[in-house]
Design a protein around this ligand. Structure first.
Ligand code: SF4
Ligand code: SF4
Length: 195
């Protein structure tokens, strides 16, 4: 401590140097620096003795096999369906235009009376995302006017074959949920419906 002050003393106050600061200023500086080091080390030591929390991946329960994510985690994309089970994507290409990596490829097709895929005029016949290039920025999700594309929590995407990283619509489209059973109605409700 005194060595530092002595060095400081030779540096300040000499020819070409500013005047030496008062001794209490030097002492306060040393006290403040020491307090900062003690505060920092106390956090390090406190955390060092906390129990380690380990996610039991890949042997845990659930679809993510024990991995846990924040809700906002951006994983593999999902193509959503509406409440009628139709695809939400209307092939407007806005996501592809917003993508800075140019990794979305879409081919549009028209819905017909016989075959209806989405609720609008068009649907995406082909919808590919090349995960060799995707940077998970989320711009496509923000650009989509129908909330058709979202980020899921899928993260096990690594592959030694780059071709496997080109995901097709079938890989991302959410399944049609089974119809929910009707709730039992009371006799009064039934009478209202039948009246
Ligand atoms: S997350 Fe970003 S890089 Fe990936 S497909 Fe969407 S816009 Fe493109
Ligand atoms: S995912 Fe959304 S933005 Fe992209 S083509 Fe479909 S509707 Fe348009």
């Amino acid at each position: 401590m005194f060595y530092g002050m002595k060095t400081l003393g030779t540096k300040y106050g000499g020819e070409g140097y500013p005047p030496q600061p008062p001794i209490y200023t030097q002492l306060m500086s040393i006290v403040k620096n020491t307090a900062a080091i003690v505060k920092g080390m106390s956090i390090t030591l406190r955390e060092a003795f906390q129990p380690t929390e380990v996610e039991n991946y890949p042997d845990g329960k659930g679809p993510m096999r024990g991995a846990q994510f924040q809700e906002r985690f951006r994983g593999k994309h999902q193509l959503q369906r509406d409440e009628n089970g139709l695809e939400k994507c209307v092939a407007c290409f806005l996501c592809a235009a917003a993508c800075p990596s140019n990794c979305i490829y879409i081919e549009a097709a028209e819905n017909t009376e016989e075959v209806r895929i989405s609720s609008a005029e068009r649907y995406a016949k082909v919808y590919n995302i090349d995960y060799n290039r995707c940077i998970f920025c989320g711009y496509c999700v923000e650009a989509c006017p129908t909330d058709a594309i979202t980020h899921g929590h899928g993260f096990e995407l690594a592959s030694l074959n780059a071709t496997n990283l080109v995901m097709r619509k079938e890989d991302m489209l959410v399944p049609i949920l089974p119809a929910l059973p009707l709730e039992p109605r009371s006799e009064k409700d039934l009478a209202e419906v039948l009246s």
